[in-house]
Design a binder for this molecule. Structure first.
Ligand code: ADP
Length: 264
């Protein structure tokens, strides 16, 4: 029987600080992925190529050309770290680099999906990133949150997990307000929340909460779910997906859905 398919998206701030690639974190991710793979078919969307490139070449990362150059240095470094960590669990690491127009073309989407289906059938982990070297200014996803949402919907998953540098979605920015409260469950995103200015936290962060809300909105409209939680607190994800317990994080799911029960 086919396992339910889930997509895990991890942000740069969780993988790298510009000086080193955080191999301990990548090992922890490999471990939880091996556990999740017992129950689910897992696809990983990983940011971090530019930040990884910056560990080797210290050039200004604010111009598009430099970012593209850094990504092309960093992407193989990042993949090597994943390959090494996944080896302990006999999970082959596979790289797929996609751009916006791949989802505009039914042919390209089908080719990519067929590849993913084949990889998953052979216990491999598809690791997807934006193809930074050919993505041009207008067409860039800009962040991998939306790429994660597209991957989820177009490649047949029902749940996107976004691992961020924050515990979940709060009623206001927790870095600005001490009394911010986490929202455990959200059924719809008000349109004004989608129009806020971007608020990335940290040097290599690109999206901020807005791109996560845009991703959630895209998925909710298509009857899919999204779970936002902290990338350094992987037990929250373990509890949620393997023990049916939500100890933290925010679940975005349609009002008429049974939440995570629809998956398991
Ligand atoms: P990542 O790179 O891990 O994806 P980002 O820095 O891009 O993370 O996005 C998360 C950040 O969004 C948080 O650290 C926080 O500073 C900011 N933020 C703004 N408003 C909110 C909110 N209402 N709830 C949660 N985070 C928020």
């Amino acid at each position: 029987m086919q396992k339910p398919r889930i997509v895990l998206k991890i942000g740069s701030s969780n993988l790298c600080n510009g000086k080193i690639i955080d191999k301990t974190q990548i090992k922890a991710l490999a471990q939880i992925i091996s556990e999740l793979k017992m129950r689910f078919d897992v696809i990983l969307v990983s940011s971090g190529a530019v930040a990884s490139g910056h560990t080797t070449l210290h050039i200004d990362r604010n111009t598009l050309q430099n970012k593209q150059a850094l990504a092309s240095i960093g992407q193989p470094l990042l993949m090597e770290s994943y390959r090494e960590a996944l080896k302990d669990y006999a999970i082959p690491a596979a790289q797929l680099l996609l751009v916006w127009r791949d989802f505009d073309s039914r042919k390209n989407t089908t080719f990519a999906k067929d590849t993913i289906d084949t990889l998953l059938a052979h216990n491999a982990l598809p690791i997807i990133n934006e193809n930074d070297t050919i993505a041009t200014d207008e067409m860039v996803f800009g962040d991998n949150d939306r790429l994660g949402a597209y991957v989820t919907y177009y490649f047949g998953a029902k749940l996107l997990i976004i691992l961020s540098d924050i515990d979940g979605y709060f009623d206001k920015n927790p870095h600005q307000y001490d009394d911010a409260q986490i929202l455990p469950i959200v059924h719809s995103i008000p349109s004004q929340a989608l129009e806020q200015t971007h608020s990335p936290h940290g040097d290599f962060a690109t999206g901020g909460i807005v791109t996560k809300l845009i991703a959630a909105d895209f998925l909710l409209q298509r009857k899919c779910m999204m779970f936002l939680s902290h990338g350094r607190k992987l037990d929250v994800l373990r509890d949620f997906l393997l023990h049916n317990k939500q100890s933290s994080g925010t679940l975005f799911c349609p009002a008429d859905s049974q939440g995570i029960k629809t998956l398991i």
